[in-house]
Every structure is written in C-alpha cells, then in structure tokens.
Ligand binder design. Sequence first.
Ligand code: AHG
Ligand code: MN
Ligand code: MN
Length: 323
Amino acid sequence: MTTLIDLAGHMAAEPAADAAVKDVVAVIAQACVQISRVVASGAISGSLGAAGQINVQDEEQKKLDIITNDILRDALKACPAVAGLASEELEEIETTGREGGFLVTFDPLDGSSNIDVNVSVGTIFSILPAPAAGVPTEADFLLPGRRQVAAGYVVYGPQTMLVLTLADGVAGFTLDADGAWRLTHPDIAIPADTAEFAINMSNQRHWAAPVRAYIDGCLAGKDGPRGKNFNMRWVASMVADVHRIAMRGGVFMYPWDAREPDKPGKLRLLYEANPMSLIVERAGGKSTLDGVTPILDVQPTKLHQRVPVVLGSANEVDRVGAG
Ligand code: AHG
Ligand code: MN
Ligand code: MN
C-alpha cells in the first residue's frame, strides 16, 4: 500500500499560504484528533449527556460542547500565531495577549443534538487576520467571510475527516489509526447539478413563499415542473450535511422562517456559515442567504449573528434564488 501524503506534507506544497496560517491549521487539526478520541469514547468516558447549563445561544449545553470547546481553546491559546478566539460556546471573545497573527472562530461541536444517539457530529473553524498591532476587540472579528485566510471542518463519522481550504482548492484528509491526517480527497469539487435536497421539513409551514415553491417543485418529482425525482436527506449536523454535498452534490437549506420573525436564521455567520461558505465556493458550489446573495459578502454586525443559509450545487442554488 502506498503511503498517502499527510497534512504537513500537503501544507508544505501550498506555497501561496502563509507559514503562520499553516501553524494555526496544524494546531486545530491536532486538537481535533483529541476531540475525535473523546467523541469516540462516548459513554465509556462519561462524556455524553447534558452539562446542566445554558450557553449564549440560549441552548442547553451538552457535556461534550464544553469538553470540545476547552480542547480547542487551550490549544489555540498556546499557539504563538493566534491573537484571539471566539466560539459558539463563549459569550465573549478571548485574547491571548499576543498581537498580530490571526483570529480563530469555531463551533467546537456541531450537531450536538446527535451526540447522545451516536450520529455524526463535527467541528467547524475559520481563520481571520488579526489587526497588525493592539489587543483584538470584538469589532476586529466582524470581517466579511471573504477575508478568511483559511477555513475547515472535521466530521466525526464512520471515518473522521478533515476538509480544509488554505489559499485555494479544497482538500480532504482521513484520520488514520496512528493519529495522522492522510490526504485521501485532494481536490474536492461539488457537481453543479443534483437531485438531492437537505432541509428540516418539519418547519415547512413556517417557510417563506420562494422556499416553499422550490421544495414543492422537488417533491412533485417527475410529474412536476422539474421533471425529475428528488431524494431528501437531513442529518441535523450541518457538518455532515455539507460533507455529503462536498462528496456528491446536493442543496442544503436552513432558510429564514416565521417562527421567530426577528431571528434571521438558525445558523451562526462567523463560525458556521462563513467557513462552510468558503469551502463550498472554493469547491465550485454556491453559498447564499437566499439563493442569490453570497454569504461571504455579508458584513457581520454581531459576534453570534445568525443568518439564513442556502448552499450547495451551483445550478440548484440558482434555482432557489429564481423563486
Ligand atoms: P449546534 O449543534 O452547533 O448548535 O448546531 C446545530 C445546527 C446545525 O448543525 C444543523 O444543521 C441544525 O442545527 C439542525 O437544526 P434542527 O434541529 O432545527 O434541524
Ligand atoms: Mn453548529
Ligand atoms: Mn455547536
């Protein structure tokens, strides 16, 4: 068996990316190896179940939300190239006392409602430039997604995989038994067409008219306006749903809905939508608020801001946007 190139080897061959960015990616990837071990140990390590506290999102934290947040936070605080971090599980930003370098935002455990039933979960991260001098403030994190210098996710599924975009392109690595990330998917490309959609159908009655019309068209299948049958999948872990789309195409939506009209969406811009959007665009797909406006162009106004998300195969995203 030939030995597959590892993450360090892959990054060494990407001259366009800054060496310090690669250091940050290496630190995150190593922390995710640790996370994969604790996720895999489940009930054996007593890490399943609720933590008994609420986070800034008003969501009940799982024990693993806190454990995984601590692993990433500790690793990033020790990384010389990191000046600050922000997490789904931390109300405020945290700084490291260093200046320059990078800011990291992350969702340490995505899809945490799945953890107690042994369904795939993930980690999402985004790396942004820090101000050249001075201790970073919250305002320094509020950069449009196009300013990201790298982004990635790890899916803890039947295989643990890291999907990464550095300077360009999207590469996928599989974690081997020795804890090394092996390049198994060197050039991930999302097909432009698909016959598969992902949306939480239980919210159907709350959707806006264009999303209803789009899904009605898919559900009508061969007999409807699309003239072909569609398949549906919904894992309820954004990482797992987006990973499926990265592998074989599809469209993923967590659209605006009328349940809480003041909440623009469910997913968080800075550590869910933006990193996923960079990966999806770099893989040739589209990632938008509504089928039209690119998420990467949104100027963030708040650290934990939520946005609607429509992403995936380019022609299908356009179709949603056509209303
Ligand atoms: P998190 O576990 O980090 O809070 O994120 C969960 C998100 C996302 O992963 C998923 O797509 C969505 O919530 C699922 O929401 P529903 O339970 O409403 O389907
Ligand atoms: Mn999440
Ligand atoms: Mn989370």
